[in-house]
Design a protein around this ligand. Structure first.
Ligand SMILES: *Cc1c(COP(=O)(O)O)cnc(C)c1O
Length: 470
């Protein structure tokens, strides 16, 4: 085997496209219909405009983009997706996507093994975490009719929204001083007997907080509620328990005891958008999917994904891209784990640097790879203005020098819970937040920290007229 090295999309695409063309050629050639002909010059000019318009984006691909939960897929995934899309299989049915249905089964088995479910699982890829969660909540409603969904206050807004779609009431459970579901509040609500499904978020989208799943499971048993794990963002941290705090790792280790799981390979699994997944720990739920229609084409008696999913058409290319990616980055510590771990270390490192800073302070200790922090100021209004100024200053320079950060809105109470007391001249304020989801972030943290301190000093000076000594 050759040595590993970086590869680019433009290097990988021609070879695989040629192989797909060769497959097509085995069926004999045909004339493309004139209605599909194009003027190549016109296409070039459209593409030139496309590239020009796409230039109007934040540089998600660059390590100095340390803002929202955004990064491009791995070149292997892009090339595999593009090549498969040329055939455009539909994983709704085996007839629509034979090869990619088999690939999807293989990647699901790997996801199932990563989370510790057994062979008795049922699941599939989805277009998104939203549809995956909708499906899990829908099954929860069918199994526990006329009951409510409990989710943490910091859970993804999709849960309350999907509760509305499903006609299921949702109850928001307060979070503790680290953004995790508060167990006492959960039990108070469970005692009413109203809860059918508890959503435990393993890795909140805002702060990367991990709900105490290991302690939620026994409570759910006691009060006869289902447990759905929304680990859309955080799922792949299951590969690196050695990099997590002991208590965080304990909650990840409890995932096999849940009833369903959602994970988004399009977040931390190096995939293009259009790749979520839902897994159930029990095959008997298949009865809820029963449907019949004259135009479905289930020719074989093998199970088609269309028989066990809410969505109909779904890109076989997503399955192929994930399959190819997991061949080169297997779901283990030394495979994809090596891609996830640096971001986690980057968050820990930045937290330790900010903890010693005279101008910045951490909002809370990061549990995964999201780090939130704020300038040391005295009032909510100041905090909001200075945070926004830092955000703007960091990005307001020539492209190679730009740093892209993000902000996150907090209340005086949330700050006070974390020991940060500010004058309440506003009901909320922005603080700083960075998702350090690219492995290249780790070596960059000391420099980014240095620069953010500098911008913070300037922002405090500019916004508040206070000379800072940094
Ligand atoms: C991103 C996310 C979702 C929504 O998933 P999409 O893929 O964006 O539809 C749901 N829950 C959590 C925890 C997430 O991070």
């Amino acid at each position: 085997m050759a040595q590993k090295r970086a590869v680019s999309v433009s290097e990988l695409i021609p070879g695989i496209v040629e192989q797909i063309d060769a497959i097509k050629a085995t069926y004999g050639s045909w004339e493309v219909h004139p209605s599909l002909h194009v003027d190549p010059d016109k296409v070039q000019s459209v593409f030139a405009e496309l590239a020009d318009r796409l230039d109007d984006n934040f540089p998600f691909f660059h390590p100095q983009y340390a803002g929202q939960m955004l990064k491009p897929p791995h070149p292997v995934a892009v090339a595999a997706y593009t090549a498969t899309m040329m055939l455009n299989p539909n994983n709704h049915s085996i007839d629509g996507g034979k090869a990619t249905t088999l690939m999807e089964r293989e990647v699901l088995e790997q996801l199932v093994e990563m989370f510790g479910y057994n062979d008795e699982y049922l699941g599939h890829l989805t277009w998104s975490g939203t549809t995956a969660n909708l499906e899990a909540l829908w099954i929860g409603r069918e199994i526990r009719p006329n009951k409510a969904i409990a989710h943490s206050k910091d859970s993804h807004y999709t849960h309350s929204r999907m509760g509305e779609v499903l006609g299921v009431p949702t109850i928001s459970i307060p979070t503790d001083d680290r953004g995790r579901m508060d167990l006492d509040s959960l039990e108070t609500v469970l005692k009413t007997g109203r809860i059918g499904t508890i959503v435990a978020t393993l890795g909140t989208t805002g702060l990367g907080a991990v709900d105490p799943l290991a302690d939620i499971i026994p409570l759910a048993k006691q009060y006869d509620a289902r447990v759905h794990v929304d680990t859309a963002y955080g799922g792949f941290f299951a590969l690196i328990p050695d990099q997590l705090d002991e208590d965080t790792a304990r909650h990840y280790a409890a995932i096999p005891l849940s009833d369903s799981i959602v994970v988004d390979p399009h977040k931390h699994g190096l995939q293009p958008y259009g790749c979520g997944a839902v897994l159930f720990n029990d095959q008997s739920i298949i009865e809820y999917y029963k449907h019949d229609s004259p135009y479905t084409y289930f020719a074989s008696s093998d199970r088609h994904f269309g028989e066990i999913q809410l969505e109909c058409s779904r890109a076989g290319a997503s399955a192929a891209a994930l399959w190819a990616t997991l061949k080169v980055f297997p779901l283990n510590r030394s495979g994809l784990g090596e891609v996830i771990a640096p971001g986690r270390r980057a968050a820990k490192l930045w937290h330790s640097l900010v903890s010693e800073s005279e101008i910045l302070q951490p909002y809370q200790v990061p549990e995964l790879d999201i780090f939130a922090y704020l300038p040391r100021v005295h009032a909510m209004g100041e905090l909001d203005r200075v945070s926004h100024a830092i955000f703007e200053m960091a990005a307001d320079t020539d492209r190679p020098q730009q740093t892209h950060l993000a902000t996150y809105v907090v209340t005086p109470q949330q700050l006070a819970n974390r020991g940060i007391r500010l004058r309440e001249d506003a009901s909320s304020a922005r603080i700083m937040r960075s998702v350090l989801m690219k492995p290249e972030h780790e070596p960059l943290v000391p420099e980014m920290h240095h620069h953010v301190q500098m911008w913070s000093a300037r922002a405090i000076d500019r916004e508040l007229g206070i000379e800072s000594n940094v």
